[in-house]
Design a protein around this ligand. Sequence first.
Ligand SMILES: Cc1ncc(COP(=O)(O)O)c(C=O)c1O
Length: 406
Amino acid sequence: MFHDWDSRYADLLKDCQGYTIGKQLNLLTDPEIISLAGGLPSPDVFLKDEVRQISKRCLEDDIDRIMQYTRIQGEPAFVEAINQFLKRDNIEASEENILVTNSGQHGLDIVGRLFLNPGDTIIMDRPTFAGAIVAFRMEHPVFVGVDIQEDGSDIDTYRSAIIKLIDEGRKPKFIYVVPDFQNPSGITMSLEKRLALLDLSEEFKVPIVEDSPYRDLRYYGENVPSIYSLDQQRGGAHVIGLYTFSKLFCPGFRIGFNIAPKQVIEMMLNIKEGNVLNTPKYNQDICTAFLSEMNLEGHLEHCRNYYREKLDTFMTTMESLFPAETGVSWTRPEGGLFVWVTLPEHINTDELLYEAVRHKVAFVPGSAFYGENPETNHMRINFSYPSIDQLNTGLERLANCIKGQL
Ligand SMILES: Cc1ncc(COP(=O)(O)O)c(C=O)c1O
């Protein structure tokens, strides 16, 4: 019998571990544990009846095509619905600028494969989305992280880092940002910084990858234009937009899209041909109906009201549990699903997680969100999935376990 699999794995995969923290958290099957860890939208806002109805109609009307291979770029009706969705955000796209993906993670994987040779550099915020790090790491790049500020990426430091990298002959392949309610910090990039980032991209000819799962989930403050739309207004072609309907609709259908200049989409299409080939028509049809028949604006308003209440609960409870003298601080997001909590430096949240699980609560340790030199005194808290009661109880449990270490 043949057992020697390890020696056969591709060199590029030798240290491939996937989403390690996700795997650890999956082991937590005790139903009494309150999870503030995942990035899950709440099933309370899922459009279940609508999906049941549309699903029945799709299967009755078009089962032959649903059961068949489909167009790789995406179903024309879905691409058209995406165009209308983008128009709400002042983005004009034509069919050739859009590639339907099997979710945001697939969009990231395509970007990594498209641009990265081993050793190439990517500039990104510290912290940034762990799933992007996992996707890009498959290509063995070098991550150059710049500490994020309250109003988003630190553009001056991005600038000096890019200049230094160019001097060293290591010009970054792209800049990766999540400008709206960033995962994990909840921070939103200001308009000034978006424009400055575009200037930087233009000056040094480094494209921007703008990952936007949360744009429509704003609970407070004014909408800030997407970097893609700002670039388009300036007549540029510096930005690749990554979108997913996982957070606005539901993650189960695994649907998203990438938007980019025509020639980039053509290359992405070649990559998609080599990995998933196509996106199930059934999933696209349901998502088309989500965009065009399920009262999109009403649904988003409902989600915003629902999540706003949870965010408010989080803030009030944290303020009562952690007065300033505890040295515990947290971000104050205007939207999204996450808050970033910072503990005094001597507390290591990778270790604290074990203690937290003993207290029957879980979070994601901050170290998962760094491409290099992880900081270990942060945690990401999700407030969208737990009920208000669970959120309060979960935070109390967390406070009990942290207070022993302050
Ligand atoms: C910033 C960001 N990009 C992409 C994704 C991936 O989304 P999906 O579930 O559609 O793969 C997520 C999910 O949490 C995210 O937060």
